[in-house]
Structures are given as C-alpha cells and as structure tokens.
Design a protein around this ligand. Sequence first.
Ligand code: NDP
Length: 244
Amino acid sequence: MSLQGKKALVTGGSRGIGSAIAKRLAADGAVVAITYAGNKAAADATVAAIESKGGTAFAFQADAADPNSQRAGIEQAAAALGGIDILVHNAGVAEFSVVSEDSDETYDRQFGVNVKGLHVGTRAALPHLEDSGRIILIGSISGELAFPATSVYSATKAAVAALGRGWAKDLASRNILVNTVQPGPIDTDMNPADSEFAQQMMGAIPLGRYGKVEEIAGAVSFLAGPDSSYITGTTLNIDGGAAA
Ligand code: NDP
C-alpha cells in the first residue's frame, strides 16, 4: 500500500475520472476526501464503495466555480483529513461550440470551474498541504491539440498545464511536486464511448478505443506515490496515442 497514511483530496470525485481516482488512492492506502458540485447520491456512492473495501472517505459539496464555496469545501476537507498530502484537481466541465456560437456564459463557466477553481482551491489548500506533498492537475490533450468546436475548453486546459508548470517552480522549495495528467478520450458521462462524437474520434486514436477511468487513476496513483519523487512540472498524456 504505497499511500498508507497519506491524506488525499480529489475535487469532482463523485463521478467519472474523479471517482476512479478517489477509489484508487483509497485502495493504495490513503484516506480520501472528495468534493462534488451537486450530485450527492453519486458522491455518497463513491464514499460507500471506498468504505465497503475498508477505506475511509468523506464527501463535501463545493462548487469549484464559486470561490467562497470552493474555499469552504477545501477547509472542510482539510479539517476532516487532518491536513493534505495529495491534492488532485479533477473537477471540470466541457461545453462545446464553434466560436461564432460561444457566449460569455459558456466562456465564464468553463474558465470558472476548470481554471479559477484550481487557482482558488490551491491557494486555499496550501496552508494545509504537507511539505513533500503532491498536486496533480487533470488537464486534457485538448490543451495541446485543436479539435473542432472546443476552443474555449482547450484554452482552459492549456491554462491548467501552465499553472502546473508555474506552481512546480513556486513550490519546489517545499518539495511539493506538481504535475498535469492530460487524458485523451475517456468513457465517462462527459464523453461517453457510445456517442456519435466518439465514433468520429475513434479514427484519431491509434489504440482504437476509448480509455477507461481506471487508466487515468493508475497514472495519478503513480504521480502521488514514492516512485515519482523526481518528477515535477511536467505533463503526462494518457490518450492511446491520440496526441502522438
Ligand atoms: P464527468 O462529467 O463524468 O464528472 C465531472 C465531475 O466533476 C463530477 O464529479 C462533478 O460533480 C464534478 N464537477 C463538475 N462541475 C463541478 C463544479 N463546478 N464544482 C465541483 N465539482 C464539479 O467528467 P469526467 O470524469 O469525464 O472529467 C473529469 C476531468 O477530466 C475534467 O477535468 C475533464 O475536463 C477531464 N477530461 C476528461 C476527458 C474525457 O474524455 N472524459 C478527457 C480529457 C480531460 P457532480 O457529480 O456533483 O456533478
């Protein structure tokens, strides 16, 4: 159990990739807190799945797009955990439209959750974050590649990787390691593998399939654990070769 005794906070841990990360970190021995936007039933199900395997987990409602709510959620999680060793910023939203159909609202929602939520959340977490801790950001290969009708989402994910690089330098003196995991298409509510969009995407994925949430969680577990002690300020694509 490589994360025995560690305290982990995963934002957006109620569903999809975040839920898989929470379960994996708990299976590795960490005590886990998750945040969620509104889906309490899904958050409770993640907690129950962890507890059914002998782990310990907590869930707190916190809207990443609302600074006061995000700060309150992080404070509650840090108090429940007794500090934070591993902070995973996973909460994210995607709203796809071509630039002529983008709006102020879709821009603000995506930057609010995907970028400002990370910035507010990291600043709130820092006083509780142990030296030699880890911050893992969930970006996207969209931060490096253009797909049709995703320019604003892509811009948010480019910003995520940029924050990760900057924080790696800002926090190196405390040996806090900061890295960004960039998934390609992963089968979740956000991007179901049986959608029409997925059929269009499939040709662009050399491995010829969507990824599974557990394949992202495994990489996060590695970056949270002892074997990644000299890795900081980098991005890791997990995308079946889509960005190669
Ligand atoms: P899902 O839509 O399946 O799950 C999103 C999760 O984020 C839920 O737990 C949701 O909570 C939470 N969330 C959404 N908005 C907020 C908010 N305002 N405040 C707090 N929590 C929020 O998404 P995925 O699991 O697919 O995506 C997770 C991350 O991975 C995102 O950052 C996404 O951009 C990224 N990603 C996903 C890819 C994919 O193909 N699936 C590809 C590349 C990156 P609730 O249940 O309460 O709604």
